[in-house]
Ligand binder design. Structure first.
Ligand code: SAH
Ligand code: SF4
Ligand code: F3S
Length: 475
């Protein structure tokens, strides 16, 4: 009875997350902090006592989505004035007071560097303290002050229910970014690059293993730039961290995203080659296949250097799958520049590419230096053309995999689940290979969280369809 009352008394938090994996991880941290303050998560925005959006500013579209969600929440707030509405994350840092102007019903604006203060700020709002804002200060040159959040100590406090699955989790190995690509808002919302101590990372890995996690993804905006002195006096690089994490008993797989092309060093490639638990999938965005554009983007490599890095990666790691990001319609990208990007995609044979239309971001170098001179329709056309090319290549390369056998970590039912009659309920499951390809196959839902050997029978551009080898006994 007492327990029932306690459950009744728990306040409800609706938390929606957009943006990159870093934001997903931040949301786990915020939710855990608020759980210890008596909040539990709800999927029902109408039932919530607090509605929070953990936001992204990387493209205009991501911001527009949040402003329309805030518009919808305004009605809820007018019905329930006690509802606390919060904007967290990158947009909070970037737009600050502007959010309160455009959406005056917002109560909290909290940047990515201040998320550990959310409980305190929410309590102040709830007790009638007016609006609360906490963001990092910008220096005179526009760069952010070092984000001083106690991220080494507050990360371990996390909400497992927000993970992709109970056996997959993220660990932040670095925060911020120092690269300052001219189109990108990330350095000015996430602050300077700071690598976390190897001891903190390994302690967190152990904590996750104790919670049942088997696959860890190490996160950083340029994760392969990681460098930090350990208590052993050695300088640890990403290869050292990967080695140590994959060697943690209980961890079966380690992934890492995102890589910067210039920092793809041989020690990292050799670690991926030599340690069986490290994912053989490398995401290393090229952004463009044209030297003039790369220079304007301040990516600090040429197309030839990117090609050389790809060749070295493939030579070192047999069977590696490489994926990329591209921006089409960047300032000054003419037809010839775009054709060079098409040619890069043609010869690089990426597993997949994420393709984005350039979105001008206030406060970035590109915004102040170059006109956004590619019309929207043309951006769309280039986006579609590049995507069609990548899709053809993904399909051709997947076709080469028919007949091959992969160990698949079973993540759960596939999205188009079709239940079949039979023992234990055979159904469509999905999982991923070590080279990060999605595999769909028939199996028993009790396999979720386990590795099963699957042979590929058919493919699409994004999915392998297979059959489990030597039928696995249900656990
Ligand atoms: N740190 C990662 C990527 C962060 S943002 C890296 O450097 O690889 C994810 C992707 O969004 C980028 O790789 C880029 O392709 C895209 N992006 C970033 N800023 C953008 C902008 N202003 N317009 C369109 N796409 C953008
Ligand atoms: Fe942005 Fe470039 Fe840093 Fe990636 S490396 S987060 S694209 S500035
Ligand atoms: Fe977006 Fe911030 Fe990530 S701007 S991509 S959520 S670091």
């Amino acid at each position: 009875m007492a327990e029932e009352l306690a459950a009744e008394a728990r306040k409800k938090l609706y938390l929606e997350t957009v943006g990159c994996q870093m934001n997903m991880l931040d949301s786990e941290i915020v939710a855990a902090k608020l759980r210890s303050e008596g909040y539990e998560l709800t999927d029902d925005v109408e039932a919530a006592d607090a509605v929070f959006y953990n936001t992204c500013s990387v493209r205009q579209h991501a911001e527009d989505k949040i402003y329309s969600a805030l518009g919808r929440v305004r009605k809820l707030k007018s019905r329930n004035p006690d509802l606390a509405v919060g904007v967290l994350g990158c947009m909070a840092q970037k737009d600050q007071a502007e959010i309160l102007k455009r959406a005056p019903h917002v109560d909290l604006v909290v940047g990515p560097g201040q998320l550990d203060r959310v409980p305190e700020l929410l309590a102040a709002v709830k007790s009638g303290g007016g609006k609360a804002m906490a963001v990092s200060k910008a220096r005179r040159d526009g760069t952010l002050e070092s984000i001083a959040q106690s991220f080494t100590v507050y990360d371990p406090d996390r909400e497992p229910s927000l993970r992709p699955t109970p056996f997959q989790a993220y660990i932040r190995v670095m925060m911020g970014c120092d690269k300052f690509c001219t189109y990108c808002v990330v350095p000015s919302v996430r602050g300077p690059e700071q690598s976390r101590s190897p001891e903190a990372i390994l302690t967190e890995a152990q904590m996750l293993v104790d919670q049942g996690v088997r696959e860890i993804t190490l996160l950083g905006q340029t994760v392969n730039s990681y460098e930090k002195k350990g208590q052993d006096g050695r300088t640890w690089r990403l290869s050292d961290v990967l080695n140590a994490v994959q060697g943690t008993p209980g961890i079966d797989r380690v992934r890492f995203v995102t890589n910067f092309p210039n920092d793809m060093t041989d020690d990292l490639l050799q670690a991926v080659r030599d340690f069986p638990g490290i994912s053989r999938s490398i995401h290393v965005p090229a952004q463009s296949g044209c030297d003039v554009i790369l220079k304007r983007m301040k990516r600090m490599y040429s197309v030839a250097q990117y090609d050389e890095m790809l060749a070295r990666t493939r030579e070192t790691i047999p069977g590696v799958a490489i994926s990329s990001d591209f921006i089409v319609g960047f300032c000054g990208e003419d037809e010839a520049s775009f054709e060079r990007t098409m040619r890069l995609v043609e010869r690089a044979r990426f597993k997949n590419s994420f393709i984005f239309k350039y979105s001008t971001r206030q406060g970035t170098k590109a915004d102040s230096l170059y006109p956004d001179d590619v019309p929207e329709d043309e951006k769309k056309r280039r986006n579609n053309a590049l995507l069609a090319l990548q899709t053809r290549i993904s399909l051709e390369d997947n076709e080469q995999l028919v007949g091959r056998r992969f160990d698949v970590l079973v993540e759960g039912p596939s999205r188009s689940t079709t239940r079949r009659e039979g023992w234990g309920g055979q159904e469509q499951l999905m999982g991923r290979t070590l080279c990060d390809r999605i595999m769909v196959f028939e199996g028993d839902e009790r396999w979720v969280g386990r590795f099963v050997p699957v042979r590929v029978e058919a493919v699409s551009a994004v999915t392998l369809f297979g059959r489990v080898e030597n039928p696995v006994e249900p656990a």
